[in-house]
Design a protein around this ligand. Structure first.
Ligand code: HPA
Length: 277
């Protein structure tokens, strides 16, 4: 997209006028998972509305700010609240913060989300380490003219979720006694939840969890050469033959329970991130 580099520059110039850290890790905190930001120390919080070219979050359950500081000694920039395609933003807007994180020096992005569990081995509030994804959203953030200074026209997707980080997360969960599974995440546009027939189809495609985010950010991170680690928290079980009506306030409550696990797990992982190249 033409002009994107200029927009990124404007945003990072503003952020640098408020905070002079050199972040290594980026965090995107999904629905009900914002509590982790409380563990970041020496913080500077910047409301999205203040940052040039940043969209503003419209979802009630999300606080919209960048929390910049250190997490277990690692300079980190966290998005408390993210932008969703269903809110009406373009894919470029949804993923703009990832471009900004890259320009600030982030080399590892940890993305979290609340998701529906379609694999019957999953349970409510369980953590799933995302091993791979399927994009069922009707759009792609890389559509349009490619800015070669930001990444290649046809980015490789053989390993969008870094295997070394998946392993680190798995070992960390075992050490902390947090019950988790690995799985495939499928992204849909939302905002409605899925029909029984859709859950059946998505499960048959090979997905374990379904949500309305994460894939756009992961695609842009792959384009930008950022390593990604993704986590879902299972907030509702989506078994087509035993489907209960979903209720958003319950989903947010269950996300909070899973979020407490991620608030233990993610700092443990961040502290052990492999040295950058
Ligand atoms: N479908 C899509 N997104 C979701 C779900 C779901 O069942 N649960 C939480 N986010």
């Amino acid at each position: 997209m033409l002009g994107l580099s200029k927009k990124i520059d404007e945003a990072i110039n503003f952020i640098r006028s408020k905070w002079d850290g050199a972040p290594r890790a980026g965090l995107i905190l999904g629905t009900g998972l914002g509590g982790l930001a409380d563990q970041i120390e020496n913080t500077v919080a910047i409301p999205y509305g203040d940052i040039p070219n940043f969209p503003v979050s419209t979802v009630e359950s999300h606080t919209g700010q960048l929390v910049c500081g250190t997490l277990r000694g690692v300079t980190t920039i966290a998005m408390e609240g993210r932008f969703h395609y269903y809110e009406g933003y373009s894919m470029q807007e949804v993923t703009f913060p990832v471009r900004v994180m890259k320009a600030l020096g982030v080399d590892t992005l940890i993305i979290t989300n609340a998701a529906g569990g379609m694999n019957h081995q999953l349970s409510l509030a369980q953590v799933v380490i995302i091993e791979d994804h399927i994009n069922m959203m009707p759009d792609n953030p890389l559509r349009g003219i490619n800015d070669d200074s930001l990444g290649p026209r046809f980015p490789d997707m053989s390993e969008p979720f870094n295997r070394e980080l998946v392993e680190l997360a798995h070992q960390s969960a075992l050490k902390l006694g947090i019950d988790c599974q690995k799985g495939v995440f499928v992204a849909v546009s939302g905002p409605n939840l899925e029909t029984r027939a859709e859950y059946r189809m998505l499960r048959n495609m090979g997905a374990d969890v379904v949500g309305m985010s994460t894939v756009p950010e992961t695609i842009v991170a792959a384009h930008a050469g950022i390593k990604v680690l993704g986590f879902s928290v299972v907030t509702d079980m989506c078994l087509p033959d035993a489907l209960e009506p979903a209720d958003v306030s319950t989903i947010i409550e269950v996300a909070g329970r899973g979020g407490a696990k991620l608030a233990q797990l993610i700092p443990h992982v961040v502290e052990r991130l492999p040295a950058g190249e």
